[in-house]
Ligand binder design. Structure first.
Ligand code: UDP
Length: 328
C-alpha cells in the first residue's frame, strides 16, 4: 500500500516525503511542478500532473494501491490570492473536489490535509486553539477553510476520514542539507532575511513597527518544517487506526517578533543584515501563536527541532550552500 502525496515536490511536501521515506513507506507523488521542484524529491514515484486532470488521477489510482493521501497541492501566496481569488478557488477548492471525488470512486478513505493558521484570521485570543472562531481575512485562508469543510461533508456522506493540520509559520530546512525552501517569488520572512545576509537583497524590509507588541513588530510562531513533516506521518498513522476526522494546530507555542528573528539571524550568520522599517503589510495580524496541545496529546507529536536558533541555522545551511536554490 502506498501513500499518495499531492504537491510532494513543494517545500513542506518534499520534507514530508523525506520523513515517509525514513519510515520505509511506499510513496507516490502527484505534482504539476508549477511551484514544486523535481530535485526536491528524495524518493517516491512521481506523476507530473494536475489534480483537475481526471486522466492523471485515474492513472495514479489504477497503477498504485493507495491507502492514504497527504494533500499539499495548492496555491499559497496570500498577496496573490487577494489579486487573483479565482485562481485560488479553481486550483485549491475545485482541485480538492476533484481529488475527493476520485477518492470516493476508488474507495480511498484517508486524507491528511495541509491547512493553515490563515483559517482563523484575526485571532480572538492567543494562543489560538482549534475551537476558536475561523474568519479568514484573505482569499487564500478562505479557500483552505472551504477545503476543510468539503472534507467534513465527504466524511458525513462517504466516510472519508480527514485530518486537517493548521500550520503556523513553517521555516528551516532538512538536517541533511539536501532540501530546503525555494519559493518563487519568495515572500516569507526567514528566507528573505537570509537572502539579505547573502547579499542577494540590499536589506530586509520590516513591515510595520507600530503594532501593539513589545518591540512594535509582528509576532509569529515559527515551526521547523521537519517537525511539521513528522506530524503528517503521525496523522496518517492515526487515520490507519480508524480514528475519526479532526483538526490540529501545529506550532511551537512560542512567539518571536520580526526584530527578534532578524537579531537571531545576525548571530547565526555573523552578517550585518541591514533592516529598513516600512509600512504594515495589509492583512497581517499583530500576534499569531498556536496552542498545539491537541496535536501533542492525540497525535503524540513532539516537535524537537523548533528552537528558533536551530530553525535559522538549518535554513542558513541550505541557503548558504544553495544560494540559487534548486537551480544552483
Ligand atoms: N515580514 C516582514 N518582511 C518581509 C516578510 C515578512 O516584516 O519581507 C513579516 C510579516 O509582516 C509577518 C512576519 O514577517 O509579520 C512573517 O511573515 P511571513 O510572510 O513569513 O509569514 P505569514 O505570517 O504571513 O504567514
Amino acid at each position: 500500500m502506498a501513500v499518495l502525496v499531492t504537491g510532494g515536490a513543494g517545500y513542506i511536501g518534499s520534507h514530508t516525503v523525506a520523513a515517509l521515506l525514513e519510515r520505509g513507506e511506499d510513496i507516490v507523488v502527484l505534482d504539476n511542478l508549477q511551484q514544486g521542484h523535481k530535485e526536491a524529491l528524495l524518493g517516491g514515484k512521481l506523476y507530473v500532473g494536475d489534480l483537475r486532470d481526471a486522466e492523471v488521477l485515474d492513472r495514479v489510482f489504477t497503477e498504485n494501491e493507495i491507502d492514504a493521501i497527504i494533500h499539499f497541492a495548492a496555491n499559497s501566496l496570500v498577496g496573490e490570492s487577494m489579486k487573483l481569488p479565482g485562481k485560488y478557488y479553481h486550483n485549491n477548492v475545485y482541485g480538492t473536489l476533484c481529488l475527493l471525488e476520485k477518492m470516493n470512486e476508488y474507495n480511498v478513505k484517508k486524507i491528511v490535509f495541509s491547512s493553515t493558521a490563515a483559517t482563523y484570521g484575526e485571532p480572538e485570543q492567543v494562543p489560538i486553539d482549534e475551537y476558536d472562531r475561523t474568519l479568514p481575512t484573505n482569499a487564500y485562508g478562505e479557500t483552505k477553510l472551504a477545503m476543510e469543510k468539503m472534507m467534513q461533508w465527504f466524511d458525513t456522506a462517504h466516510e472519508i476520514k480527514s485530518i486537517s493540520l493548521r500550520y503556523f509559520n513553517a521555516a528551516g530546512a532538512h538536517d541533511s542539507g539536501k532540501i530546503g525552501e525555494d519559493h518563487r517569488p519568495e515572500t516569507h520572512l526567514v528566507p528573505i532575511v537570509l537572502e539579505a545576509a547573502l547579499g542577494k537583497r540590499p536589506h530586509i524590509s520590516v513591515f510595520g513597527d507600530d503594532y501593539d507588541t513589545p518591540d512594535g513588530t509582528c509576532i509569529r510562531d515559527y515551526i521547523h518544517v521537519s517537525d511539521l513533516a513528522d506530524a503528517h506521518v503521525l496523522a496518517v498513522d492515526r487515520l490507519r487506526t480508524g480514528a475519526d476526522s479532526s483538526v490540529y494546530n501545529l506550532g511551537n507555542g512560542q512567539g518571536f517578533s520580526v526584530k527578534e528573528v532578524i537579531e537571531i539571524a545576525r548571530t547565526v550568520t555573523g552578517k550585518e543584515i541591514p533592516a529598513l522599517i516600512e509600512p504594515r503589510r495589509a492583512g497581517d495580524p499583530a500576534v499569531l501563536v498556536a496552542s498545539s496541545e491537541r496535536a501533542r496529546s492525540e497525535l503524540g507529536w513532539a516537535p524537537s527541532r523548533s528552537e528558533l536558533k536551530h530553525i535559522i541555522t538549518s535554513a542558513w545551511n541550505w541557503h548558504a550552500s544553495r544560494p540559487n536554490g534548486y537551480e544552483g
